[in-house]
Design a protein around this ligand. Structure first.
Ligand SMILES: *Cc1c(COP(=O)(O)O)cnc(C)c1O
Length: 381
């Protein structure tokens, strides 16, 4: 169906296409000058110091490297939210550390700072917060806990490039922050991510770890000065971003505020058109910091005519793609079997069973938004 509304469809324009062609013609496909430019543009946009960020091939890689740079490993515990994409928690498990899952609180479904305090033990090394849907966590309280117990603070900003906590851009409150440029995120490079480190020495180590643990990237090695030997400082990973990806990201970033405005308009449209249905609407506008408007998650009320999965199927049959962000971490088989009876996240579990994310992206037209509203009225009213 050609008029199918694809969930999270990216907004790709001629500028991105031309830049990718330019990369192909230049023969710089791997990590090169466009990655450097994307890093520098991104740092400027975020108000981060030049040289404090590194572009990677995903936010998952950024999470993994931030944990390793923070010294997290076997025997450590890392506190995080029970309502997030699995990558947040998988990254913790993949360092050898134990994730400690904490429930969320209303109205924003972010990690509950009161429950964090109860979960801190002698083994706790770090806290990974997720600014769910682009709404800032309660960073004053969380930062205070990190200072009190000497914990590393990592921000999973996969939803939150444009957001703020009071006057501070998200990602600049913690010690490390991780951004995603996956196809459905606020800006995209197809696959891609960015890591910020407050400590410049850590960033150097992260850059080394992102490319096999080698001392210089290909751009440094095969330069006009001739060949330079590389040195393996430690066994690293293959997490670098390609110029082909940065070529897309540079132009996505140039339009980031325009896309943000379009999603904000869409948020306001849904808020005004979806009243009086048996669904709970997000309450992002009740937050006092700038929102990134990444998702529009609604909760199906218990008395509704149809359940969540049925509603998704019916919308699909009407040419509307939706998503679920997220089923709780504790509802996933691996985590359920490992941590059942150890962690309880009833609010996240309930949210995960009833939530549906409506189409919500800068590429969504007014008539498409209207189609979503009319279909929901038809199915739920
Ligand atoms: C998308 C997402 C990630 C992973 O991002 P990738 O770039 O796909 O690795 C991590 N955390 C959250 C909250 C996400 O939404």
């Amino acid at each position: 169906m050609s008029d199918y509304i694809v969930f999270g469809k990216p907004d790709i324009q001629e500028a991105e296409i031309a830049e990718v062609i330019d990369s192909l013609r230049s023969c710089w496909l791997g990590t090169g000058p466009k990655v450097q430019r994307f890093e520098s543009d991104f740092a400027k946009y975020k108000g981060m110091p030049e040289g404090s960020v590194a572009a990677l091939n995903s936010c998952t890689a950024a999470l993994h490297l931030s944990l390793l740079a923070a010294g997290v490993g076997f025997g450590d515990e890392v506190i995080t939210t029970g309502l997030t994409f699995c990558a947040t928690v998988n990254s913790i498990v993949n360092t050898g550390a134990t994730p400690v899952l904490v429930d969320v609180s209303l109205p924003h479904y972010n990690i509950d700072p009161t429950l964090i305090r109860e979960s801190i033990s002698d083994s706790t090394k770090a806290i990974v917060v997720v600014h769910y849907a682009g709404v800032a966590c309660e960073m004053t309280e969380i930062k205070r806990l990190c200072d009190e117990f000497d914990l590393v603070l990592i921000e999973d900003c996969a939803h939150a490039i444009e957001g703020y906590y009071k006057d501070t851009p998200l990602g600049l409150v913690g010690d490390y922050s991780c951004f995603s440029f996956y196809a459905t995120k606020n800006i995209t490079t197809g696959e891609g991510g960015m890591i910020y480190s407050r400590n410049p020495d850590s960033l150097e180590r992260i850059k080394t770890l992102s490319l096999h643990g080698m001392s210089a990237d290909a751009w440094g090695r095969f330069s006009d000065d001739g060949y330079n030997h590389y040195y393996v400082a430690e066994p690293g990973f293959k997490y670098n971003m390609m110029d082909l990806q940065a070529a897309v990201g540079i132009h996505q970033l140039a339009r980031i505020e325009h896309a943000w405005k379009k999603r904000k308009e869409c948020y306001e449209f849904y808020q005004s058109e979806l009243t009086d249905l048996p669904i709970e609407l997000p309450r992002h506008h009740e937050h006092d910091s700038r929102i990134s408007y990444h998702l529009f998650p609604v909760l199906i009320e218990d008395g509704a005519r149809i359940g969540r999965d049925q509603l998704m199927l019916q919308l699909h049959e009407r040419g509307i793609g939706t998503g679920v962000h997220y089923q709780s971490i504790m509802s996933q088989p691996y985590y359920r079997s490992r941590f059942r009876g150890i962690y309880n996240t009833p609010i996240a579990d309930d949210f995960g069973e009833r939530t549906i994310s409506l189409p919500f992206s800068a590429s969504l037209s007014e008539s498409e938004r209207m189609r979503v509203v009319l279909s929901l009225r038809e199915l739920l009213d």
